[in-house]
Design a protein around this ligand. Sequence first.
Ligand SMILES: Nc1nc2c(c(=O)[nH]1)N[C@H]1C(S)=C(S)[C@@H](COP(=O)(O)OP(=O)(O)OC[C@H]3O[C@@H](n4cnc5c(=O)[nH]c(N)nc54)[C@H](O)[C@@H]3O)O[C@H]1N2
Ligand SMILES: Nc1nc2c(c(=O)[nH]1)N[C@H]1C(S)=C(S)[C@@H](COP(=O)(O)OP(=O)(O)OC[C@H]3O[C@@H](n4cnc5c(=O)[nH]c(N)nc54)[C@H](O)[C@@H]3O)O[C@H]1N2
Ligand SMILES: [Mo]
Length: 763
Amino acid sequence: MKNRRPDGIARYSHPAGGWDALREVAKTLAHQRIIAQGSRTLLKANQPDGFDCPGCAWPDPKHTSSFEFCENGAKAVTWECTAKRTDASFFKTHSCSELWNWTDHQLEDAGRLTLPLRYNSEHDHFEPISWDDAFTLIATKLNKLDDPDQAEFYTSGRASNEAAFLYQLFVRAYGTNNFPDCSNMCHEATSVGLPKSIGVGKGTVTLEDFDHADAIFSFGHNPGTNHPRMMTTLHDASRRGVPIVVFNPLKERALERFAAPQDPTEMLALSSTPIASAYHQVRVGGDLAVLKGIMKAVFAIDAKSYAAGGQGVLDRWFIDEHTSGFEALYADIDATTWDEITSASALSRQAIESAAEVYARAKNVIICYGMGITQHAKGTNNVQQIANLLMLRGNIGRQGAGIAPIRGHSNVQGDRTVGITEVPDMALLKGIERAFGFRPVGKKGHNAVEAVEAIIAGRSKALVCLGGNLAVAMSDQRATFAGMRKLELAVHIATKLNRSHLLTAKTSLILPCVGRTDLDTQASGPQAVTVEDSMSMVHSSRGFLNPPGELLRSEPAIVAGIAMATLGNRHGIDWHGMIANYDRIRDKIEEVFPDFFDFNRRVRMPGGFRLDVPASFRRWNTETGKANFLLAPGLIEDPVLCGEETLVLTTIRSHDQYNTTIYGLDDRYRGVFGRRDVIFMNADDLAGRGLKDGDRIDVRSVMGDGDQPRVVSGFTAVAYDIPKGSIAGYYPEMNAVISLSHFDRQSGTPSYKGVPVVVKGLP
Ligand SMILES: Nc1nc2c(c(=O)[nH]1)N[C@H]1C(S)=C(S)[C@@H](COP(=O)(O)OP(=O)(O)OC[C@H]3O[C@@H](n4cnc5c(=O)[nH]c(N)nc54)[C@H](O)[C@@H]3O)O[C@H]1N2
Ligand SMILES: Nc1nc2c(c(=O)[nH]1)N[C@H]1C(S)=C(S)[C@@H](COP(=O)(O)OP(=O)(O)OC[C@H]3O[C@@H](n4cnc5c(=O)[nH]c(N)nc54)[C@H](O)[C@@H]3O)O[C@H]1N2
Ligand SMILES: [Mo]
């Protein structure tokens, strides 16, 4: 007899994509009550005269002519252009304490925010406030602080270049570099690791490079859910016979098999295309070992070829001409034994050698990676070892080859480019002086973890958030939430209500802004904004729907409002002029960042333009003037923490969420329906603890916190195809077990995907 599975757990036997994806979109449109308007809106996504899809940062094909179907893009768009609204009567009916008991899904599902709100602690309700009063209140509070460094200014990666640029200008004129941003929790290991390797903290490939790749490697990202338009590229590559080698602890369906909704034959025949040519279920946190193992095997293949009178497989010319540090890397890899590699990665030597064969045979290789690589205590090391592997065969700076960090938020890369950084370099400071006549402070500010630490310690007293849901996205919810409640001032510029807004400070404000799909009209007429995708392409985005209410303002206008109230005439910055016509903001961006030369003209060309990525042309902006092979000590994280009982928890996104935005409770491809309170575990790990599939468990951090353990309770253990020793649970629920002090010391990225825990059954 077959064992009964826990409630809501079933096997999903279809390929990813296909008719199920189409059906889901129809359901979403109905749920958001926007059937007629919604379908028209979707056709404008990523079109030259349309808006940039807020779903992800994957680039658009150059000659976008037809609508590219994307289930999760459709969810992101319809979630924003829903017909649901929160208005004054909504906030009058529901007190803040009542709303706190709603789920994250319910909070956002209440609808778009439509009016500026201030928290009234006497009545425990948010109440309407005028824009002028809101700006004056914020200004008074900010100007009362002893030091500008007591304020934190968070950015989430949806903000446009124009909004982000004005925001950093305001904050620098105010006098601090406290710029925590979502990138600090995401691809910071890339932004910190790659400049040391190849002189630029961005990917080197373009979308066209994928057409010329002879092999694609994928480490730790789940494109079927998080970058569904990337599936078109992987699907085409697979059909061309390009090997796609995947390293992921979980068998993600879209990386196994995909039915392209754009492909009529595949859809009608109910067929699909295999994606991965080889799928390696690496242990959580085992990637450093895999990367060193592949390099070790490549050295062996090279030596064998050489001994037989061949040319070898290393690109010796590239190594001599363009790199530094090869000997030290060779020695490090040589000293790493196969026993160490296989035990740290949970993969066999043969598996790793087979991946190395594919790598060594292919002329051009692209390596893609996501959060499975960056969100580790050794995230920066991981990224740098990927660069090492590519450099061994000259796979950087030529067509069809390169490194492809798959970015998250649709403009997270652009926000960084236009100045959202806690460590401003001289070029940025001088650029601002050139364009605005003042030299901002250069002292390093806070990243996301440091900002939250300062808030918890009471050193920082004010928090302004340009979007996002910082408290929920950050580790250690108990400490983080308590810290937020001690603030003097909390300001949230947002489209939808979320839990961070409800962590009220002495003075708490929610300011409603227009979103990507909304028309943004200013004194000179309708405005477009600009964004930069994962491949450094900058293009414009223009919303066209009537905003959900008369009172909403654009993000640039709200930032300018706060700036004018706070700074008055300081530095004579023409905030009014820039808001009246965003071309003037872009002119200033160009003055500060010469890479944006001729910005207003170039961004009006269909498809936009690419920013310079020197490494794509083998120009290395590093201290050595070369691409650097860099070393990573050891193979795994925190061996000290890995006791007998310890399991390593990775936190993942379901198919029905956008970060902290929970669209629904299904995770269809992983066979989870109607719930999120599950922990995926290997059957042996269950048995070893006397547990069975479906048992209720506690998950507890092994990083202590005195007598208050970090624990989530009452979750259901689900037997799953995952390597022994590794378990997985959903973000953000699992943030309660992650210690704030558990992060990559080089980049500050929280180790969301390498959390040492113990699991105990509940009676
Ligand atoms: N629909 C949707 N789209 C999104 C988002 C969303 O939440 N929903 N979020 C956006 C954002 S901000 C980002 S950053 C991206 C995130 O996109 P991804 O980088 O895909 O992020 P995750 O879903 O967190 O996890 C990625 C994968 O890493 C694997 N993994 C976990 N631990 C490890 C490990 O130790 N090693 C390896 N090799 N793999 C591991 C997981 O099994 C999972 O398949 O997506 C963006 N796009
Ligand atoms: N455990 C764990 N934690 C993680 C991660 C993980 O993988 N595991 N991933 C991390 C990553 S990669 C990231 S990027 C962060 C995400 O952190 P954030 O970017 O802070 O979080 P989001 O959930 O994307 O923010 C959602 C909110 O943004 C607001 N919003 C949406 N659109 C707009 C807009 O156009 N303008 C404005 N002003 N506001 C808008 C809405 O109010 C919505 O509630 O979380 C991190 N946290
Ligand atoms: Mo992200």
